[in-house]
Design a protein around this ligand. Structure first.
Ligand code: C5P
Length: 464
């Protein structure tokens, strides 16, 4: 009862506040101590390695040269500028003459809060060399939209106006080039364009998209520029350290749904957000990711292969053949512990007599324990989750033993189900590591980094 009251209190508190931490610590069975200068931190009684979150401006400190060449998609670049700035970046816009036909430099200046450059003869630069100066401090050049003509220029190394000139003059080691094509589907599929795209990729450019869909000309097909938020996320992913490069990661996420009859079933409040964030973070870190998802309404992270399932048994069926093909297995799914012993084919009817149907339950297979019990040559490195209501560390430790896995990630279920924030504790045989309250993507990136650190030992034992 006391724990229940504590939960309700925890849910009502601002996430991350000192009081939140103190109460969370009590539920964890840990002690909250005040750090002299850095707010509150949870200090475990056993070995702890506190990690500070990087914050929720993932492009902080990044300086992006955003180049616009001619295309209707220039309208998306206005929104993209705002998205990049919102994510913490500074944005310097450079436009070709053709881009100025589609959107004004005044709009782009107002949105980027910096004067826009449109000519290599711009006299504002004291040395009269904007094509050199603009990229020397830049983190990346992103050309969005990149027209067919502009890609052709890049492929040939032409430099007859400022944007192509600065792409050629940029220091390639410190200022990568990203290109977001936007053009009619016939132009995109033309062998000349495909040849040029292959050439700029061979020269080191990263091509983002294009997407398929409705085009400004009325046709439908490949060639649409990615949306502003997609390009922002591509850029964020681009800058993430490639800690899982060459690795394969299998993840379960969301709840399962166990049918009672065609209209009813047993499920839980898991939103899938944590598992989807881990899938995104692992893909950003360079892994090949397969996500087996229970019934949730979440978009698939870019670059992630997704398999949708409904019940625990379907989840097991999907996971088992894949497990041995992956090096890491992260079981975040809140799998229903029990399912109805029989699924009724027709809806169970209420007959007005006050009689309630007897519901016999049987236990579901334990997916994590099954994978962890595979022969060593087929077994990925397993990470389990423990969503508890109290005594988190103790329960997580019990789960570590019971499931036979090297790492259990503990969180307080009722405090995090459906929320965008979470607080994690990594429980291993020898130590506990606290990941303080942060948004789920930030935590997912930290967890991925922690998993990556632990993988070399695994790789020595079991080469990929
Ligand atoms: O047994 P419990 O549900 O408390 O354990 C939680 C961990 O085990 C999570 O990682 C969850 O994804 C996994 N699990 C599973 N199959 C089950 C039950 C839990 O994979 N049937």
């Amino acid at each position: 009862m006391q724990h229940l009251l504590q939960f309700l209190l925890l849910l009502a508190m601002p996430v991350g506040s000192p009081a939140y931490h103190t109460l969370f610590a009590e539920l964890l069975g840990t002690e909250a101590r005040r750090k002299p200068d850095a707010g509150f931190a949870l200090i475990e009684s056993t070995a702890m390695a506190p990690i500070s979150p990087p914050g929720d401006t993932p492009l902080q400190g990044k300086h992006i040269v955003l180049g616009l060449s001619g295309g209707v998609a220039c309208y998306k670049s206005a929104e993209l500028t705002r998205e990049l700035i919102r994510a913490g970046a500074t944005v310097q816009v450079v436009m070709t003459d053709a881009a100025c036909q589609f959107i004004t430099a005044a709009t782009m200046q107002a949105l980027s809060n910096h004067p826009v450059y449109t000519s290599q003869w711009d006299a504002r630069e004291p040395n009269h060399m904007p094509h050199i100066n603009l990229t020397r401090q830049a983190s990346a050049v992103l050309v969005a939209p990149a027209s067919a003509d502009f890609i052709a220029k890049l492929a040939q190394g032409r430099a007859d106006e400022l944007l192509s000139l600065l792409c050629l003059a940029r220091p390639q080691h410190s200022c990568p080039l990203l290109v977001a094509p936007a053009m009619n589907r016939e132009m995109w599929s033309h062998p000349a364009t495909q040849r040029n795209v292959a050439q700029i990729v061979a020269d080191g450019a990263q091509v983002l998209g294009p997407a398929a869909g409705d085009q400004a000309c009325g046709e439908v097909g490949d060639g649409r520029m990615l949306e502003a938020t997609e390009l922002r996320d591509e850029l964020i992913a681009f800058f993430q350290p490639k800690l899982l490069s060459g690795r394969t990661v299998l993840i379960t996420a969301g709840p399962t749904f166990e049918a009672i009859d065609p209209v009813r079933g047993i499920s839980n409040h898991s939103s899938g957000k944590m598992g989807f964030a881990i899938a995104r973070a692992a893909a950003e870190a360079g892994a090949q990711v397969t996500l087996v998802a229970g019934p949730v309404h979440l978009p698939t992270p870019r670059g992630v292969r997704r398999i949708d399932v409904v019940s625990a048994r379907q989840m097991l069926q999907a996971v088992l053949p894949l497990a041995s093909q992956h090096q890491v297995f992260v079981a975040t799914a809140a799998v229903a512990d029990w399912r109805p012993a029989t699924e009724q084919e027709a809806k169970i009817k209420k007959d007005g007599s006050g009689q309630v149907p007897a519901l016999a339950l049987v236990e579901n297979p334990d997916i994590l324990a099954t994978v962890a019990g595979l022969p060593i040559a087929q077994r990925p490195w397993c990470v389990g989750f423990a969503a508890e209501s109290h005594d988190l560390v103790r329960h997580a430790r019990l789960k570590l033993e019971r499931k036979g896995v090297p790492l259990i990630v503990g969180n307080i279920g009722p405090a995090t189900f459906g929320q965008d924030h979470n607080t994690l504790v990594l429980v291993e045989q020898e130590q506990e590591t606290q990941l303080p309250t942060a948004d789920k993507l930030t935590l997912a990136r930290q967890l991925v980094a922690q998993i990556a650190q632990r993988l070399p030992a695994l790789q020595m034992a079991k080469p990929a």
